[in-house]
Ligand binder design. Structure first.
Ligand code: SF4
Ligand code: SF4
Length: 417
């Protein structure tokens, strides 16, 4: 690696060294408490898959360039030169971690491996060594944001084709638009993913609740966050922020995409609107009596997978369970405390990398498959697109014998007048 690139990467590293991150890098006592808490290590007990080892890959570079001991006595400080082999190690560490933060809740010092891995991802971007497809997808989202006027008409035409499906689920008053867009002063701006599955059930539920809502022109997914590029993450979420401000909406509700929700809720700074997940909105409608559900609609045992970015990392734990109380009388918890639920193994961009990561995703999430099977449930509900894809793959691979369902689709199918 030439000196110029090394300097550029060290500058990026310096930019990530907040006091908190320095504390994380300084504090690990290598107690090993976190090892078994990572689904990857629990499923494949190889030392490189422990959270502490992953963090050590970053920590050794930190020691080499940012600590006196590493500068003077690299051997004693276990310091590591930032070179091509270091980049390989960073890539393996960063893209075998889903950022689920299960290790963090067990660590006596609260060390956040995900934040340490965000340094690894940033260095990979700086060296053009990140998974190219994630950057391409992030760039596509950004350029779509820049030329939205050109695609608006096509988008609205596409929505027209979905209207019958929405009305099939919930008939609305004549003259009302089943999927409104560009509605000024709407109470809710709903940000969906590409695809009818993310729009139709949500639209039916908004209509059933008599909501004054509008569908965003943008997709919620944030590939900038998956690849760990803070600038692109912001550009992608800014498209939605600007639309919400232009329409003067009161609330932005993010579809079933854990990462998109966490970025908007916790990483986009203070905004003049409230941010909620679709799950929270549905729970609110039930509490306020704005929708009613047929509890006999699903007569099979149901379990729920907590998307890490929604539950452990954003606190949406009680609302999905409240909704499920209205959908079944046979709900089966996976973990005594949902905060400790196993990650599905698909986060951190791994599902977006598709076939390339399939083998690793299946092997590293064996504990998740065992956890689901143990419940004996026949319906596995979740509220995140990534999790849904990964759980469906696990279902095939491990013959879990469940039907994987989006919570919102269950709500829409059980709506009663
Ligand atoms: S539990 Fe915390 S202190 Fe112990 S090895 Fe893991 S990260 Fe380090
Ligand atoms: S954040 Fe999750 S995947 Fe990453 S090291 Fe911790 S437990 Fe493992």
């Amino acid at each position: 690696m030439d000196k110029q690139l090394q300097d550029k990467l060290l500058e990026l590293f310096t930019g990530k060294l907040s006091r908190q991150v320095q504390l994380y890098l300084d504090t690990c006592s290598r107690c090993g408490v976190c090892s078994d808490t990572c689904h990857v290590y629990a499923s494949m007990p190889i030392p490189k898959y422990t959270p502490a080892y992953r963090a050590e890959v970053v920590r050794r570079i930190f020691k080499k360039y940012f600590k006196a001991q590493g500068k003077l006595l690299p051997v004693l400080g276990e310091a590591k030169i930032l070179d091509e082999t270091a980049l390989d190690e960073l890539k393996e560490a960063a893209y075998s971690c889903t950022g689920c933060r299960r290790c963090m809740v067990y660590c006596p010092f609260g060390i956040d491996t995900q934040q340490i891995m965000s340094i690894a991802k940033l260095l990979l971007i700086g060296a053009n060594s990140e998974p190219e497809i994630l950057t391409m997808l992030a760039d596509m989202s950004i350029s779509k944001g820049e030329s939205i006027e050109e695609s608006k008409e096509r988008f609205i035409e596409g929505l027209k084709r979905l209207e019958t499906d929405v009305i099939d689920k919930w008939k609305i008053k004549a003259g009302k638009t089943p999927i409104p867009t560009d509605a000024q002063n709407a109470d809710i701006l709903y940000v969906a993913l590409a695809g009818a599955h993310s729009i139709v059930p949500a639209a039916a539920i908004f209509n059933a609740a008599g909501e004054n809502w509008s569908l965003s022109f943008f997709e919620a997914v944030n590939f900038g966050a998956f690849v760990g590029d803070p600038a692109k993450t912001k550009l992608i979420s800014d498209r939605i922020v600007n639309e919400a401000k232009r329409l003067k909406v009161k609330e932005v509700s993010i579809c079933e995409c854990g990462t998109a929700f966490r970025v908007m809720k916790h990483l986009s700074g203070p905004q003049p609107f409230k941010v909620s997940s679709l799950t929270e909105v549905h729970a609110r409608y039930l509490r306020e009596g704005r929708i009613k559900l047929d509890q006999s609609k699903f007569d099979l045992p149901v379990t729920y997978h907590d998307p890490c970015q929604m539950a452990r990392n954003a606190g949406v734990i009680d609302d999905p369970r409240f909704i499920l109380q209205h959908l079944t009388d046979d709900f089966r918890e996976m973990a005594p405390d949902p905060k400790y639920n196993w990650c599905c193994g698909g986060g951190g961009g791994l599902v977006a990398l598709g076939e390339e990561t399939l083998d690793f995703r299946m092997k590293s999430a064996r504990v998740k498959a065992d956890q689901v099977k143990k419940t004996g449930a026949k319906i596995l509900a979740t509220a995140c697109e990534n999790c849904h894809t990964q759980l469906s793959d696990l279902n095939d691979h491990y013959k879990m014998n469940v039907e994987v369902k989006f919570l919102s689709s269950m709500v829409a199918d059980a709506l009663v007048h």
